[in-house]
Design a protein around this ligand. Structure first.
Ligand SMILES: Nc1ncnc2c1ncn2[C@@H]1O[C@H](COP(=O)(O)OP(=O)(O)OP(=O)(O)O)[C@@H](O)[C@H]1O
Length: 599
C-alpha cells in the first residue's frame, strides 16, 4: 500500500501493485485460520496429556489422605474448573504462547521498519516503550493471578454454595427446611468474601498501573511521531518512507496493552498446569514413584519404599491380623490406641460399637487407604504394606456405609463390583438374586438395562433399601469374580424388617467360605457372625460369639439388651415382633426375645 501511494504521487502504473496487494490480502485471509487451528491441535494434545496425568494422580497414586487435604482439594477444584471449561487449560496456554510468536514477530518487523525510515533512536524509543508497557501489564496480570490463586479456598466455598442452591441433590431438603433465604444470604456473603478482595485487587493491580504504562507508551510513540512529522515536513522522506514509517510507528503503539488471544490463556493456563504439578508433588511426597501403583499412603513412607509390592494370591488363607494398631486422622484425636483384632479366614466377624468408635476407620485401614501410625496389619503374616495395592483391592468386596449410586444402568451398577466381568449378565443376575433385588430390577421399565436415575430419559430411581441391596449385589458380584474378603459396613441400615430378616436368614449362605467383616448397629444382623468384636476407646474390649458375649454380661450384652428391650417395649411387653425379625437357627441357644424373658 505504501509503494502504491508512492507511485500515485509520481503518476506510475499501480495495477500490478494493486494485484500484488490483493494477492497478499488473499494469502493472509487463507492463512489466517491456520494459526488458531494449529493452536487448537496443540492445545488438545497438551490437554489430553494433562488430563491423563490428573486421572493418574487421582485414581492410581493419590492416597486418600492426600486427596482429603484442603490445600489439595483447592488445587483439584481449580484444575477441574479448567477442564470443565471455566478457566483456560494448560493446552490453551500453549496455543496462547503460539499466538504470542505472531505478535512479537510483528513488533520486531515494525521496529526494523522504523529504524530504516527514521533511524535507530526512534526505533529504540518505540521498541523499548512497547516492551515496557507489555512487561508492565503482564507483571500486573501475574500479580493479579497470584491474588486469584490465594483465594482458591473462598472460590471453592462459593462454588459449593452455588451448586448446592442450583443442583438437584439438596433441592428437597432446602425446600422442606426452608433454607432458600439462608442459602441465598450465605451465598451473597461468601461471594463478597471472594469477589471483594478480587475486585479491589483488580483495581489496584491492573487499573492504576495501566495509567503509568500508558504514559510511557505515549511518550515513546509521541517521540517517533514527532520525528516522523519533522522528517516529513523537512522533505527528507519520500512518500514511500512516510507511508511505511507512519504504519510502522502505529504497530508498537498498539502493542502490549492486552492480547485477548493469549494473555488470560497463558497466565491462567500455566496456573492450572502449576496446580497439577503441585498436586503431583503433594502426592509424590506421601507416595513416591518407587511405591508403584499402591494407593496406600500416609505415614511410614520410608518403611514402605524399602518394601517390594507383591501381588496377592487368593488370601487370606489363615487370618487378617490387626496388631497393636494406633491411628489418628491428621490433626485429629486417636481413633485406635493399641487395637488387636484377628479376622480368621473363611469365617465371619462382626464389629459393633457406638457411633464414632472407629468401625468404618478400621475398614479404611484394612483397604489400605490409611496407614496405622503404629502397629501392623498383616494378611497371612505378611504386612499389608508389602502387598500390591491393586491386587489386594481385587481381593476385597466392600459395601461402604456411603456406597456410591452410579448414574448407570442396574446391570452396570452391579457389574462394577468387578469391572473386568461386568458384561457377564448371568453372573450379574445371580448376584442380584442373592441380594434379593432381582425381582425389583426385573420389574423396571427396561429390566436390568434401566438407568437407575430418574433424571435420565427412561431412567428410574430406587428406594434407599433397594439401593442398598444393589450395593450388596455389587459386592457379591465382586465375590463371584474372585474376591475373598467381604466387608459389609451397615448392610441393613436402610432395609425394612422383612428385608432385614431375609438378610439375616441368608447371612450364612452369603458369607459361606468367605473371610467377612460385618459392621452393624442392628444386633439381628450381627448375631449370626462366628465372632463378634466390641470396639470401644480405640480397642477391642470384648470378643467372642453371640451366646458367649451375652453370657459374660459385658458391653455387648448391655447394648443387645437395650435394643431388645426397645422392641419389647414397642410391642407392649411381648417379644414376638423382634423374634420374627431375628428368627433363630435351630442351633441358637439365645435370641433377643429370650434374653428379655430370661432377664
Ligand atoms: N476423614 C476423617 N478425618 C478426620 N476424622 C475422621 C474422618 N473420618 C472419621 N473421623 C473421625 O474418626 C472417628 C471414627 O469415625 P468412624 O467413621 O470410623 O466411626 P464409626 O464407628 O464407623 O461410626 P458410625 O457408627 O457412626 O458409623 C470419629 O471420631 C470421626 O469423627
Amino acid at each position: 500500500m505504501s509503494v502504491m501511494l508512492d507511485r500515485l504521487a509520481s503518476g506510475g502504473d499501480e495495477l500490478p501493485l494493486l494485484a500484488a496487494a490483493f494477492g497478499c490480502f488473499l494469502v493472509q485471509q487463507v492463512l489466517a485460520p491456520f494459526q488458531p487451528a494449529l493452536g487448537e491441535a496443540i492445545a488438545r494434545r497438551v490437554d489430553r496429556r494433562c488430563l491423563h496425568r490428573l486421572l493418574a494422580v487421582s485414581f492410581r497414586r493419590a492416597p486418600i489422605p492426600a486427596l482429603e487435604d484442603p490445600g489439595t482439594l483447592d488445587k483439584l477444584a481449580d484444575i477441574r474448573a479448567a477442564f470443565d471449561g471455566d478457566l483456560p487449560t494448560p493446552g490453551r496456554a500453549v496455543a496462547g504462547a503460539l499466538a504470542l510468536v505472531a505478535r512479537y514477530s510483528q513488533l520486531v518487523g515494525a521496529v526494523v521498519l522504523v529504524a530504516v525510515v527514521l533511524g535507530a533512536p526512534a526505533a529504540v524509543a518505540v521498541g523499548v516503550s512497547a516492551l515496557v508497557v507489555r512487561f508492565g501489564q503482564r507483571g500486573s496480570l501475574g500479580r493479579f493471578a497470584a491474588l486469584w490463586d490465594g483465594l482458591a479456598g473462598a472460590r471453592r466455598r462459593v462454588l459449593y454454595l452455588r451448586r448446592l442452591a442450583a443442583g438437584p441433590e439438596a433441592a428437597k431438603e432446602i425446600r422442606v427446611l426452608g433454607l432458600r433465604g439462608w442459602l441465598s444470604e450465605r451465598h451473597r456473603q461468601a461471594s463478597e468474601e471472594y469477589l471483594g478482595p478480587l475486585w479491589a485487587g483488580r483495581r489496584r493491580l491492573l487499573a492504576a498501573p495501566f495509567l503509568g504504562y500508558a504514559a510511557v507508551g505515549l511518550a515513546g510513540a509521541a517521540y517517533a511521531l514527532v520525528e516522523l512529522a519533522r522528517a516529513g515536513a523537512g522533505g527528507t522522506l519520500t512518500v514511500l518512507q512516510l507511508a511505511i514509517g507512519a504504519q510502522a510507528v502505529l504497530i508498537p503503539i498498539r502493542f502490549g496493552v492486552y492480547f485477548p488471544e493469549s494473555d488470560v490463556q497463558t497466565q491462567f493456563g500455566v496456573q492450572a498446569y502449576r496446580a497439577l504439578a503441585d498436586l503431583e508433588a503433594r502426592v509424590e511426597r506421601v507416595s513416591p514413584p518407587g511405591a508403584g501403583t499402591d494407593p496406600v499412603a500416609g505415614a511410614g513412607v520410608a518403611a514402605r519404599t524399602q518394601l517390594v509390592a507383591r501381588p496377592v494370591a487368593a488370601s487370606p488363607r489363615g487370618e487378617i491380623r490387626f496388631q497393636d494398631v494406633h491411628f489418628a486422622y491428621p490433626g485429629g484425636s486417636p481413633v485406635f490406641a493399641g487395637l488387636d483384632l484377628t479376622l480368621p479366614a473363611g469365617r465371619s466377624t462382626a464389629l459393633v460399637g457406638l457411633n464414632g468408635a472407629g468401625k468404618t476407620t478400621l475398614v479404611k485401614l484394612l483397604a489400605g487407604f490409611y496407614r496405622p501410625d503404629q502397629g501392623t496389619i498383616s494378611i497371612d503374616g505378611r504386612d499389608l504394606r508389602e502387598l500390591d495395592g491393586d491386587s489386594w483391592h481385587r481381593q476385597l468386596a466392600v459395601i461402604f456405609q456411603n456406597f456410591i449410586r452410579y448414574e448407570l444402568t442396574a446391570a452396570e451398577n452391579i457389574g462394577l463390583g468387578a469391572p473386568g466381568r461386568r458384561g457377564d449378565l448371568a453372573a450379574v443376575r445371580d448376584a442380584a438374586r442373592q441380594a434379593s433385588v432381582l425381582d425389583v430390577l426385573d420389574d423396571l421399565p427396561a429390566g436390568l438395562a434401566t438407568p437407575l436415575y430418574s433424571r435420565h430419559t427412561g431412567g428410574q430411581d430406587l428406594s434407599g433399601g433397594q439401593w442398598q441391596r444393589v450395593a450388596l449385589a455389587r459386592a457379591l458380584f465382586a465375590v463371584r469374580a474372585g474376591a475373598s474378603v467381604l466387608v459389609l459396613d451397615e448392610p441393613t441400615a436402610h432395609l425394612d424388617v422383612r428385608a432385614e430378616a431375609d438378610f439375616y436368614h441368608r447371612f450364612l449362605e452369603t458369607t459361606a467360605g468367605l473371610t467377612s467383616l460385618v459392621i452393624s448397629h442392628r444386633f439381628s444382623t450381627v448375631r449370626r457372625a462366628d465372632h463378634i468384636a466390641v470396639l470401644e476407646r480405640g480397642r477391642v474390649v470384648e470378643y467372642g460369639d453371640h451366646d458367649g458375649l451375652l453370657a459374660s454380661g459385658g458391653r455387648y450384652a448391655e447394648m443387645f439388651a437395650l435394643q431388645a428391650r426397645h422392641f419389647v417395649d414397642l410391642a407392649g411387653g411381648g417379644a414376638e415382633p423382634y423374634r420374627s425379625v431375628g428368627a433363630r437357627r435351630s442351633t441358637d441357644r439365645g435370641g433377643p426375645g429370650t434374653v428379655e424373658v430370661d432377664r
